[in-house]
Design a protein around this ligand. Structure first.
Ligand code: FES
Length: 124
């Protein structure tokens, strides 16, 4: 709730301070399409950590080291907000699975800090 006449930057003592997304301000958001889980990560970070923090993300993992492909996801939005794949990740995705560039390993995927939305679709 936003009260007219008060700055949202100066909440009163005892008044709940809402995260920026709650009041319509842009912030990094990760959307897991299968489960419709939404995670807000202003600082960016590793997607595997987001999934570990809240199992509602619904991404399956096995090796967590770019060896098995269990965590393959399609980036349907926000690829430009993510670090590029490393050598091991790209080798697995293009060599073994022959995936297109929009497929990534959630165990290796890192979202950069900044504004925008990263949207993931689990392939398994
Ligand atoms: S969990 Fe095995 S490649 Fe990601």
């Amino acid at each position: 709730m936003i009260c007219a006449g008060r700055s949202p930057a100066a909440p009163r003592a005892g008044v709940l301070s809402l995260p920026a997304a709650s009041v319509g301000l842009p912030m990094p958001t990760i959307v897991f399409e299968r489960t419709r889980h939404v995670a807000h990560r202003p600082e960016g970070g590793r997607v595997v950590d987001v999934c570990d923090d809240d199992l509602r993300a619904g991404v399956p993992f096995a090796c967590r080291h770019a060896n098995c492909g269990t965590c393959r996801v399609r980036l349907t939005e926000g690829a430009e907000l993510c670090d590029p794949p490393g050598e091991d990740e790209r080798a697995l995705l293009t060599g073994r699975f022959r995936d297109p560039p929009d497929v990534r390993l959630a165990c290796q995927l890192v979202v950069r800090p900044g504004e925008g939305t990263v949207r993931l679709r689990v392939l398994l």
